[in-house]
Design a protein around this ligand. Structure first.
Ligand SMILES: Cc1cc2nc3c(=O)[nH]c(=O)nc-3n(C[C@H](O)[C@H](O)[C@H](O)COP(=O)(O)OP(=O)(O)OC[C@H]3O[C@@H](n4cnc5c(N)ncnc54)[C@H](O)[C@@H]3O)c2cc1C
Length: 333
């Protein structure tokens, strides 16, 4: 397929609120678009675009394709992947990037199959090689190896990017984007699945290694009651509670919360280490977290060497203050 030097990202939103993955895709997309001397566009399925276009434009997106069709109000893989593949065949982008999310991954597989092109899944970084081919890096064999996969010359190149691996660029509020609203041909082929409802996940049941925010407690918490306070904070942050081995061994939290060399290896966006000294064994399970905040009354605690932000003091004071503040924000929103 002859292509335009356009990189597309599949924007994601929930009830009109853009999801973080959209801005991460925009950052990754902008980098590869610059390498190709091309431009960055976003495709968004929505009937209500409201102020989403301004936010997308502020993240270096110069063109926004809005697919506005009431028959696509209900998500199905077939209808969305087919609509996007028709658009790609017509407009011929060079690269299409989707998030490693239920929505992004689902569409990416269907899209690659329809366009008869390759797909690099679960990338942790992306680049364009000297031949102008998209190259994605991903971890394989249970995170023991890093593989670099280079797309063939068949285009468009498609890749999915894991959440939390791309730094989001600072938005430039004045940027403008061209907005193209499209009403595609109605999708008439058989739909194999129908969404009958959505259920919010119970955060307490999310496996720790999939949580985006972890509030983790150690011996310094002093007992099971202290973990109730951490639970409340975790809930307000949309995360889960984790623990050091000592806290689990003391029976303050269940064993499946144990983080470290002999427990779970986690890498959330935010790891809040509360009353944890930061032993080498614990660090091995959380050091790859994107942003680490430590609260400890001992300013020499090793955890501060790993932390992006350190707070020296009694954990109760900080956790209570944070909880009150977040409760207030939630009440006002
Ligand atoms: C083979 C082996 C494997 C191990 N595997 C693991 C593992 O997988 N995971 C793991 O976590 N550990 C593991 N350990 C145990 C590890 O060595 C440490 O003993 C453990 O991590 C310490 O837990 P902690 O940080 O909760 O407790 P401590 O080291 O006792 O630290 C408690 C911290 O709380 C602070 N504190 C106390 N009161 C307050 C307060 N009011 N406010 C703020 N801060 C306060 C203290 O200053 C201190 O820094 C392993 C050990 C061995 C030998």
């Amino acid at each position: 397929m002859n292509v335009n030097r356009e990189v597309w990202i599949l924007a994601e939103h929930r009830e009109g609120e853009l999801e973080d993955i959209t801005f991460e895709l925009a950052s990754a997309g902008k980098r590869v678009a610059d390498k190709l001397d091309g431009s960055l566009s976003a495709v968004i399925f929505s009937e209500q675009i409201a102020d989403m276009t301004n936010r997308l434009a502020s993240h270096a997106i110069s063109k926004i394709f809005i697919i506005n069709d009431s028959s696509l109000r209900e998500y199905t893989t077939e209808a969305y992947a087919e609509t996007l593949s028709r658009l790609a065949q017509e407009r011929r982008p060079e690269i299409i990037l989707c998030g490693v999310t239920p929505f992004g991954s689902d569409i990416a597989y269907g899209l690659a199959a329809r366009l008869e092109t390759g797909l690099i899944t679960d990338c942790v970084s992306l680049d364009v090689n000297d031949d102008g081919l998209l190259a994605g890096e991903k971890t394989v064999y249970n995170e023991r190896l890093q593989a670099k996969i280079i797309c063939s010359s068949v285009k468009p190149h498609i890749a999915t990017i894991s959440p939390g691996v791309c730094d989001v660029r600072l938005p430039k509020p004045g940027n403008k984007a061209e907005v193209v609203t499209l009403t595609p041909e109605p999708f008439s082929a058989k739909r194999y699945a129908r969404i009958t409802g959505t259920v919010r996940a119970d955060l307490k049941k999310i496996p720790l290694d999939q949580a985006e925010v972890i509030v983790s407690g150690g011996r310094g918490i002093g007992g099971p009651e202290g973990f109730d306070a951490l639970e409340k904070l975790a809930e307000l942050l949309g995360g889960c509670v984790g623990a050091s081995l000592v806290a689990c061994d003391n029976g303050w939290v269940p064993e499946d919360r144990h983080i470290g060399q002999t427990g779970l290896i986690v890498s959330p966006r935010l790891y809040l280490a509360v009353g944890i000294s930061g032993s080498i064994y614990h660090a091995m399970g959380m050091k790859d977290s994107k942003y680490i905040v430590a609260i400890n009354k001992d300013r020499n605690a090793p955890i501060f060497r790993l932390a992006d932000l350190g707070i020296v003091g009694d954990w109760r004071e900080t956790v209570n203050e944070l909880t009150d503040h977040l409760t207030e924000i939630e009440r006002d929103s």
